[in-house]
Design a protein around this ligand. Structure first.
Ligand code: AVI
Length: 316
């Protein structure tokens, strides 16, 4: 068990979040190709459904990453300096965080979800810093957003920081599609819950049952897309607007990028990081990437990535 001190950032302002939600929904549903931002999946029910997804036999992501972290934790720990602070991005990863903390007793401070925070607490600024962003949440960003995220984290964590990032890897659609369209319909409920949330929080009149969940593998963009497909012509009231859906019209609700290792390396380099070491699981393949900011002489190095397999077996 770890004894690291825990620091949690202060929560966001609820009022501004509410009106931004309405703006984002109206903007997305007014576009020629309708979209909704996936960050709004996670109300209480959405978070509960996501936890249920993580337990599904088809959704390999969580258990594959956790098993890989357990395997490599001693190797990862060897890179972490004494007195370090672990800064986590994203929430709900406590089991994975515990794997890192338990293997690294030299970590003194653990800082909870720092997404959107611009400055580290002064108490940790002089410590060695290790960022942690598990779960392949990076894959839910568009490539330009992911690059920007890496750049902002680089500025937040500073020179000399390490950054541990979990990223799901490209693999056969036969494995990917069931993970996003499971037999019990939990992912479908997770997707539709976004509409339930819009109805409840924005007083909208969307007919949730008139939208069908669909998962699509987009090979060109190397991503799974989640869609909600209108099963009939319909009009919904949202705020002061009437939004028209024709039968078969799609709301694109989520992208989940699945990386090829060289593409992931190029992405992190555009964001100011370097891949120091990477570990991949046996199939279904998942990657844990250890990033750093500089080469040994303080020069940013762009050498090819050193991909190790922590277990035997392939990467597909
Ligand atoms: C949170 N994120 C990494 C999940 C994913 O796999 O893209 C969200 C999810 N969407 C459907 N199932 C899980």
């Amino acid at each position: 068990m770890t004894s690291a001190t825990t620091i949690q950032p202060t929560p966001h302002d609820a009022t501004s979040v509410g009106s931004r939600f309405l703006d984002d929904v109206l903007r997305g549903l007014s576009a020629r190709r309708k979209t909704l931002p996936s960050k709004y999946f996670y109300d209480a029910e959405g978070s509960r459904l996501f936890e249920a997804i993580c337990e599904l036999p088809e959704y390999y992501v969580t258990r594959t990453e956790t098993a890989l972290l357990v395997d490599i934790a001693p190797e990862l720990a060897a890179f972490v300096a004494g007195g370090a602070a672990l800064v986590e991005f994203g929430s709900g990863a406590s089991a994975k965080t515990r794997v890192i903390l338990d293997a690294s007793p030299q970590i003194d401070v653990y800082i909870g979800d720092f997404t959107g925070v611009l400055e580290l607490p002064s108490a940790v600024q002089s410590r060695p810093i290790v960022g942690f962003f598990p779960g392949s949440t990076i894959g839910n960003f568009q490539p330009a957003e992911a690059e920007d995220f890496f750049r902002r984290v680089r500025a937040l964590l500073g020179d000399g920081a390490l950054f541990i990032v979990g990223a799901d890897l490209a693999k056969a659609p036969e494995v990917l599609l069931p993970a996003y369209d499971d037999a019990d319909g939990v992912t479908a409920a997770f997707n539709r819950n976004l509409l339930v949330r819009i109805n409840r929080e924005l007083g909208a009149s969307l007919d949730v049952d008139a939208f069908e969940h669909r998962a699509v593998w987009n090979e060109a963009e190397s991503r799974i897309e989640m869609h909600l497909v209108s099963s009939r012509d319909q009009t919904a009231r949202i705020g002061s607007r009437a939004i028209v859906f024709i039968e078969g019209e799609v709301i694109h609700t989520e992208n989940s990028h699945k990386y090829r290792p060289d593409a992931f390396e190029a992405l992190v380099e555009r964001g100011g990081w370097r891949v120091k070491t990477a570990w991949t699981s046996d199939a279904p393949s998942f990657g844990v990437f250890l990033l750093d900011t500089e080469g040994p002489e303080g020069i940013v190095v762009t050498s090819p990535m050193n991909v190790e397999s922590s277990r035997s077996g392939g990467t597909s």
